[in-house]
Design a protein around this ligand. Structure first.
Ligand code: FES
Length: 631
């Protein structure tokens, strides 16, 4: 298997115990990866401060900038760490049993970290005069990592672990620098020397793990079940009850490693043997590493294709595994492989969690839609497709109001179908009104089911308006674009209702304006877009070339003003985490440090983020040269 092993993720942790920074390539040297654990926080006695006692350290994020770093943390202003401000003072600090001469940074930085941690602390740098030999390898150096310069883990080992744990575990909990794929679980235990890109590494020892791995780095809380330690203790522990996961490495030469590099196994050794008392609880599912973002994939089989309208089809999916739960209104990200390329698109689940035997997505064929056309033309019953866990914050649980108004246009009916099926199946006593805007009767999606739901559910009132002139003499519904009079007639108590809206950008703007005009405060008000960001561009701007500096990644791109930043980043090998690619999930947030840009979507951004020039890389165009940082 070693011939196919590849480097799938690289992460550096600039300040010890803080959040990792995903990079597409890195320079390895004798202390590990450049920028990895070169800073440490210590207390008044010079003793290092660790995430074991202060899990909130994992919420501190770093971005590399030319003068140093930008540091952010919840509730704190951004801190710029500038190398030129560092003192020339070297002082002894203690990490475990090692005393190291470290360079004291700057008093102002200490105030920022002390305020965030609620404890006096001081920032030190592993400077030119710092020395810290690796245990039993006096000729090798390690900066402020626990014991060794680098940590490697295979994706397969994490998959194996996740088959046994009581709760899902993410790769980020183990804080590896290097993740590899294309191996069997724990193959890395048998490696003695490997080569990645131009760098040779000695695989020196299994990595002993501690309680810090139980901290969820996205919210800094410890697992109440003490996972993964509980499970690892039952199958990866030695006689002294030390537990191991991952392998420590030492670089033998200086050089660059890049995601996608093959891992060449130069020497092997007999792996350590552990007694296996941790039963397999579930079958493995594929996990993928996208920057810091780890997702669990699910394999779906297309069970049925239903022709809803001339341009819309519903695809029903099943799985050999129990399908994951979701909330009515959430979306599913599917990843078909089209012309050899895996492309991710999100579609709202039109199925309801009250009918857990299948997932359904309802997809309109878009004129230039690569995935929608592929689904319509190629996906057939029995075909397999990869998807990610359902997600999204447009769902029924957002409100406690038991009076709802659902406003949908065209394919925007899909989350409403999920909500209506859920409410009806569960006999919920929720007063719900749907106003559905379709071009013509032939374009109404799930028309007969909507009529049936209205018949079955006494709390549900259905109104349909056709926006094109109809030839049907006895059309019982409304005609024309949704308007104030229509809303007043259908829902006299509109201002009291929770409103859920899904449709095109112009439909949603229109609904918002009407709702405000009719006295709705827009607090209990939720929107879901079903269009892709590119579709919102109404005015074609002339194409021009721009320079985009992805500063945190140290990569400059000659790009253009018409391609979303995420796409341009990917073309240059910059790994920005993403999920929906449609301005919905917020996974692809980056910060524009300088330059002019155009946001195509901003729903997941807070007002503070908008002011702070945070953008969604999948939904942002460059209007001028830009400098971009990770956040
Ligand atoms: S990837 Fe979801 S908002 Fe950009």
């Amino acid at each position: 298997m070693s011939q196919t092993a590849r480097l799938s993720a690289i992460t550096v942790y600039p300040i010890k115990s803080t959040a990792g920074l995903s990079v597409s390539q890195a320079m390895a040297n004798r202390e590990g990866l450049v920028f990895d654990r070169r800073f440490v926080l210590v207390d008044d006695n010079g003793l290092f401060i660790t995430g074991r006692q202060y899990p909130q350290l994992t919420l501190i994020k770093s971005a590399i900038i030319p003068v140093g770093m930008q540091i952010s943390a919840p509730g704190m202003p951004t801190l710029t760490i500038n190398y030129s401000q560092f003192t020339s003072q070297y002082e002894p600090i203690t990490i475990w049993k090692d005393t190291i001469q470290a360079q004291y940074c700057y008093q102002e930085y200490d105030l920022w970290f002390s305020e965030f941690l609620g404890k006096p602390c001081h920032l030190y740098f592993y400077g030119d005069r710092s020395q810290r030999p690796v245990k039993k390898r006096p000729n090798d150096q390690v900066s402020f990592a626990d014991g060794y310069p680098l940590l490697l883990i295979s994706e397969a080992s994490l998959i194996d672990l996740n088959c046994r744990t009581a709760e899902p575990i993410e790769m980020a909990q183990f804080r590896p620098n290097i993740v590899v794929n294309g191996t069997k679980a724990f193959t890395e235990d048998s490696w003695q020397q490997i080569k990645i890109g131009e760098v040779r590494f000695d695989v020196v020892s299994p990595c002993a793990r501690c309680i810090f791995t139980t901290v969820n780095p996205s919210n800094a809380t410890k697992s109440p079940l003490k996972e993964p330690v509980t499970t690892l203790a039952n199958y990866r522990s030695d006689e002294s009850h030390n537990i191991f996961f991952g392998q420590n490495l030492v670089a033998l030469n200086e050089g660059i490693i890049v995601i996608g590099d093959s891992v060449e196994v130069i020497k092997t050794k007999a792996p350590a043997v552990y007694i296996d008392n941790a039963p397999i609880k579930r079958k493995p599912t594929q996990t993928t590493q996208q920057g810091n973002h780890s997702t669990t994939d699910i394999q779906l089989t297309c069970q049925r294709v239903i022709e809803e309208t001339p341009t819309t089809k519903t695809f029903l999916f099943t799985s050999t595994e129990r399908l994951p739960s979701y909330l009515p209104g959430q979306y599913l990200a599917i990843q078909p492989t089209i012309n050899g390329q895996a492309i991710t698109r999100t579609y709202t689940l039109s199925s309801s969690p009250s009918r857990p035997e299948h997932f359904a997505i309802t997809v309109k064929r878009e004129e230039n839609g690569v995935v929608s056309n592929w689904l319509h033309n190629h996906l057939m019953e029995g075909d397999q497709i990869t998807a990610q866990l359902p997600s999204g914050d447009f769902h029924l649980q957002r409100t406690n109001n038991n009076k709802l108004l659902l406003l949908a246009a065209g394919c925007g009916i899909t989350p409403m179908l999920s909500i209506l099926r859920w409410l009806t199946d569960r006999l919920e006593n929720v007063d719900v009104v749907l106003i559905y805007s379709a071009r013509s009767q032939a374009d109404i999606i799930a028309y007969h089911e909507l009529l049936l739901l209205a018949e079955q559910n006494p709390c549900f009132t259905l109104h349909i308006t056709l926006t094109q002139p109809t030839q049907i003499p006895a059309w019982p519904g409304y005609q024309g674009r949704l308007n104030q009079a229509m809303l007043q007639q259908c829902i006299p108590d509109l201002a009291e209702r929770a409103i859920f809206v899904c449709g095109s950008a112009s439909f949603m703007e229109h609904c918002k304006t009407l709702s405000q005009q009719l006295g709705h405060g827009l607090t209990d008000y939720y929107e879901e877009r079903f269009f892709t960001p590119q579709q919102t561009q109404e005015v074609a701007t002339p194409k021009k070339s721009v320079s985009i500096l992805f500063d945190s990644w140290d990569i400059m791109v000659k790009g253009d003003n018409q391609t979303p930043l995420l796409q341009q980043a990917e073309q240059a090998g910059v790994a920005i985490p993403y999920m929906c690619r449609a301005g919905i999930c917020g996974q692809c947030k980056v910060k524009v440090v300088s330059g002019h840009y155009q946001r195509l979507a901003d729903t997941p951004l807070s007002e503070e983020e908008k002011t702070d020039n945070v953008v969604l890389a999948c939904s942002c165009l460059a209007n001028s040269d830009l400098v971009i940082n990770a956040i």
